[in-house]
Design a protein around this ligand. Structure first.
Ligand code: ADP
Ligand code: MG
Length: 699
């Protein structure tokens, strides 16, 4: 029986080029219409050989006056073409009988390629050619990004028909078009803009097309940014329709008590962001806030204060950090402050980590389910299925950029058994500040609080970029720091291709330092050590008995040892900028003058690569996290800046946040108007640009 008869339509088999199209994401007509040329070829004119220049990319037409295959210096087809003004030799090293036929003696042909004016007259190597005749196109010929399975000529045809069929009707209401035309500097519809960009006329300036400043490009980019803003605003609206418990600090309650036991006064910035968070918590809408503040700016205590509000109101709070050692190090203080205050309330702190014994984990799960654990601290283990909260009101994610979209979504779904229609408040923390344009675009659905001041009494960190050949001097410097009772970090790079190599590097450095510093306890910390051993090493360092800690990048975030005054980073040229900045932030946490030494090893070939040099330069020039983030964005571009983990969010294909801020600002203002007054068009616009991908943006 045929499959259809059973009511199951067989999916039509895709041809090889169709498969290749799907691979490029070219499925719908609109996808094809938005598949824009990489560059253009000019086939609109025929150049005469007499008027041509050496090196010119030219199209010529003429009669074949000679066509022969020679064997020397290697087998090739040599064709002489006479265009009436001069002759040109065409050389082909690969050719087929059909080619020879088109290029046979006496044929008229049109060829296109790079003209070389050699000693023996004009030549072209492997030009494109076809029999002469037919009208010249009046537009430039598009060259599309493609793959090996997808011939350019085929792609041109399908893109052209996609462009013809796609629904390119105007989505923008007339009320918004005026403003758009002003920022775009022209009145272009999407249809006109696409038609133009696929097939620009022969007289168009290729520069304006290339740098995408042409109004047609601008219109396209404005549309793309609008779609992104619309989906972000929609996510915000959807969140506003959800409910969350309204939490309010009580007079004399946990929040106030915590402030009372802190060994320091909050900075103005900490107070301000604390109030921003407290205001969010009072609302019945789930908070979605990013707390950004440079390394060492004191985010943890702000998190603790928010937790105190939630717990005092009778709810649970979860704190999640990317690794176990970070969770432990980072939250040790927080727990030290809160635990004594929880005890009189009959509440406890529960830990959840991957390395836990089954029995212990079982106990923790029970504490969490019963609600006895008011505060739950841990790693990714917190979002696993078996973890059932009684009533989770606040979820705090530290170093949020190390978590993926799916993990954030999972946490939001964990409010508690039987509590439907609600979501916990979400507070994300990061030491990697988000540059303004990114905050306006990818993170438009987030409210942002910024701690822009460091606690008092910190001395600025001096950063030195030093060649590895001066290692002995660096070790001398370590000796003098140790003599003053200070402690030192030495970080070895992660060698991505090989964890084993990574380890041997750290081990070798550890041995070297142990030998050069007799009588000093030098510790080693790397990611493959058992957790218990890691903890033992960390506690020796935190306790001050260990003078030097050699480690791979496990200490990247969160560790807090105020007595450490020197950070040495080996092979600093291999680290990313924000990573270097994070590492540097491990020192300068106390009153002592601190320094960071960036050791670099030039490659055998000589100089460091340009981006590596730029990164080290930026580190030496500034210790301001915002400036570092801005330069990082400049060096890497938003795709890499956001990181692979964020790849659920479709990146902008056309708009460039560095140059298109004016378009972004327009889109940001237009989106709420469109959603409020023209919701149908808004929906159509999101579908056109984001297809099924809009969901990802909502995490
Ligand atoms: P980060 O923002 O990097 O997470 P932490 O929260 O770890 O920073 O704080 C860094 C250090 O500064 C900690 O030792 C913390 O106790 C201390 N600290 C935080 N706030 C203040 C303050 N207002 N005054 C003095 N020290 C503070
Ligand atoms: Mg921190």
């Amino acid at each position: 029986m045929p499959a259809q008869a059973e009511g199951k339509a067989a999916a039509p088999a895709l041809s090889a080029p169709q498969k290749a199209l799907h691979k490029l994401g070219l499925v719908r007509d609109i996808d094809l219409a938005l598949h824009l040329p990489l560059r253009y070829e000019d086939e609109t004119r025929i150049v005469t050989l007499r008027g041509a220049r050496d090196g010119q990319l030219a199209q010529i037409e003429g009669t074949v006056t000679n066509s022969e295959i020679t064997q020397r210096p290697r087998r090739q087809l040599l064709v002489t073409l006479d265009d009436g003004t001069d002759t040109c030799t065409l050389r082909f090293f690969t050719f087929y009988p059909a080619h020879q036929k088109t290029l046979a003696l006496g044929q008229r042909v049109r060829v296109r390629g790079e003209l070389r004016g050699g000693f023996l007259g004009w030549t072209m190597v492997h030009p494109a050619f076809h029999a002469a005749g037919g009208e010249l196109p009046d537009a430039l010929t598009p060259v599309y990004p493609t793959s090996a399975q997808l011939p350019q000529a085929y792609l041109r045809k399908v893109v052209a028909s996609g462009l013809r069929r796609a629904d390119l009707g105007e989505n923008l209401p007339p009320a918004l078009l005026g403003g758009l035309n002003a920022v775009v500097r022209g009145t272009w519809t999407l249809r006109d803009a696409l038609q133009f960009l696929h097939h620009p006329g022969a007289d168009v300036s290729l520069d304006a097309l290339e740098d995408r400043s042409h109004p047609a490009w601008q219109r396209l980019k404005a549309e793309e940014l609008l779609a992104q803003q619309l989906s972000q605003f929609t996510a915000r609206q959807e969140r506003a329709a959800l409910s969350a418990p309204a939490l309010r600090a009580k007079p004399g309650g946990l929040h106030e008590q915590l402030l009372g036991v802190l060994p320091f006064a909050l900075t103005t910035a900490q107070r301000r962001v604390g109030e921003e968070i407290a205001r969010d918590l009072m609302r019945q809408i789930p908070m979605h806030r990013l707390l950004q503040g440079d390394v060492g700016s004191g985010k943890t205590v702000v998190a603790a204060l928010a937790a105190a509000i939630a717990i005092d109101a009778g709810w649970q709070c979860a704190l999640m950090a990317p690794t176990e050692i970070l969770a432990e190090q980072h939250f040790a203080k927080l727990i030290g402050w809160l635990e004594p205050l929880l005890a009189p309330l009959g509440k406890r702190v529960a830990w959840l980590t991957g390395s836990q014994k089954k029995k212990q984990r079982g106990e923790m799960l029970a504490l969490i389910a019963s609600g006895e654990a008011a505060l739950v601290v841990g790693t990714h283990a917190v979002i696993q299925d078996q973890v059932v909260f009684k009533n989770l009101a606040l979820a705090i994610i530290d170093e949020q950029h190390r978590f993926g979209v799916a993990q954030r979504l999972a946490l939001r779904g964990k409010m508690g058994a039987g509590m439907t229609g609600g979501e916990p408040h979400l507070l994300m923390m990061t030491a990697t500040p988000i540059p303004r344009t990114l905050a306006m675009s990818y993170y438009a659905d987030l409210d942002v609080s910024t701690i822009d001041e460091l606690p008092p009494g910190r001395t600025p960190i001096v950063t030195k970029v030093v060649a590895d050949s001066r290692r002995a001097e660096v070790i001398e410097r370590i000796r003098s720091q140790l003599a003053q009772g200070r402690q030192v970090y030495w970080v070895c790079p992660l060698i991505e291709e090989s964890e084993a190599l990574d380890l041997s590097n750290a081990t070798a450095t550890h041995a070297e330092l142990s030998e050069s510093l007799p009588g000093v306890l030098v510790g080693l910390l790397h990611s493959r050590m058992p957790v218990a051993e890691k903890k033992a090493v960390m506690s020796l360092f935190t306790g001050g008995q260990m003078g030097v800690l050699v480690s791979t990048t496990v200490i990247e975030v969160g560790v807090d040892v105020p007595n450490a005054s020197l950070m040495v980073i080996e092979h600093a040229e291999r680290f990313g900028l924000s990573q270097l900045h994070q590492l540097r932030g491990r020192v300068g946490r106390g009153a002592a003058a601190s320094a960071c030494v960036l050791l670099y090893t030039p490659p055998d070939s000589g100089r460091l690569g340009e981006t590596a040099r730029e990164r080290l330069k930026a580190m030496a020039e500034t210790s301001d996290g915002f400036e570092i983030a801005r330069r990082d964005l400049e060096i890497r571009g938003p795709g890499e800046f956001l990181g692979a983990r964020q790849s659920g969010a479709p990146l902008l294909r056309f708009a460039d946040l560095a140059t298109d801020t004016h378009l972004l600002e327009w889109a940001r203002a237009a989106a709420p108007v469109m959603l409020a007054e023209y919701p149908q068009q808004a929906e159509k616009h999101i579908a056109r640009w984001l297809g099924g991908k809009a969901e990802f943006l909502k995490a």
